[in-house]
Design a protein around this ligand. Sequence first.
Ligand SMILES: Cc1cc2nc3c(=O)[nH]c(=O)nc-3n(C[C@H](O)[C@H](O)[C@H](O)COP(=O)(O)O)c2cc1C
Length: 452
Amino acid sequence: MRFAGIDLGWERRESGLALLDWDGASLTLAALDVLSSPDEIAAWLDAHCGAGAVVAIDAPTVIPNETGMRAADRLTHSLYGKYDAGAYPASRARRYWQRTTGFSQALEALGFAHGDAMPSRAAGRWQIEVYPNAAMVQLFSLGRIVKYKRGTLASRVAALRRFRLLLLRELPRLTPALAPPRLPSVPSGGAALKRVEDQLDALLCAYVAAHWWYWGRALNDVLGDASQGYIVVPRRRAARVPLADLRQSYLLAGLLESDLHPDPVTQFHAWLDQALAAQLPEPNAMTLATAGLDGHPDARIVLLKDAGPGGFVFFTNYESAKGRQLDENPHAALVFYWPQLERQVRVAGSVSRLPPEDSEAYFLSRPRGHQLGAWASPQSSVIESRESLERRLAGLEERFARDPVPRPPYWGGYRLAPHTIEFWQGRPNRLHDRIRYRALPGGAWLIERLAP
Ligand SMILES: Cc1cc2nc3c(=O)[nH]c(=O)nc-3n(C[C@H](O)[C@H](O)[C@H](O)COP(=O)(O)O)c2cc1C
């Protein structure tokens, strides 16, 4: 596979271009260039990409709206605005729209289909829209973007040098890893500076293409879809421990109090990252146990969609069995099991609904088929037949044919705020390690070891 990044000049200026090669184990930088016309770039991509490639474009590729902004831009604003990575609002009122969408259509004509719903590791030719500012803060876990596009010349040069160092240091550490590339040095000004900036932006775009292909939705978010416009953004991660070290630590040392982060959610992210790096299937699947007023426990799998200081987030139908049980008794437990790593995590706490705007933001990021599914399924109710469900779906496809699918009022997220979190690591002779964090009044955590 090959992965291309295009920092497309939205108006009449040059575009940076980067190409990465995947050999099944790592990525290498195959080309870094600057070209001037979209036609020239399309021909270049056609010649260099072969049958399997993902092209990531930093420009609005689908703009259905005459004015205002796309849902994808709105979401980008609400998710990454705090890092100074809000997007430019794209509409057909903008001068550039025909150039950027025309470029995307030219790629479609060359067989590069929109990849907003592509399966991970898919063969074939794909294109995606990306946004380097959001990708940069997410991939490199930054508190704000590196600002090399604005400010005095001296500050832009310094910022671009920092961005170059981040690319050199961080991309080889991520999965998939980029073999340390040779990058041009940063000139002190003039047109040469702009050209290096465009090429480094293009390299980040190309890496996002590879990250999307490799991880799919397990480690990336897709804001919007190909009918309304979309942006693919890698998800933020805690620093990852190399798998080799991981093996060493659990065979040799097990789970020591001194290895653990004092904050259990940070510790959880470290383990989740290792489960992701080990490519376990659905590592964010967790058992959710609830009980209503009858006191009878009930359990099922749901997917974890976020975990932060406020708690663990999942989405469901508020009128389902679990929704009704949580209305009656807002306490629940979660269990993750990662057998290949011989690990279990148990979480217990109280549950509350997410604010509607947070449920809304997540609902908008789901693929359209999933959105329609939420309308079609009266979850946990008895239904007549499979056909009745499919008829409902067909009716909904017609009803929303021309419009974005709104969030059903009965669908949304819950956040479980933990009062205990236990980390379990398998050890020889059944003498497993169990470390439990208990919330103390005032926000501190008490860490205790339990007998296996
Ligand atoms: C891997 C996996 C992931 C699932 N993720 C979710 C989810 O995120 N939200 C959800 O409502 N149901 C999810 N389900 C389906 C639930 O397990 C369950 O069937 C459904 O929520 C109805 O549960 P209830 O009748 O107890 O409310 C998932 C099932 C599996 C096997």
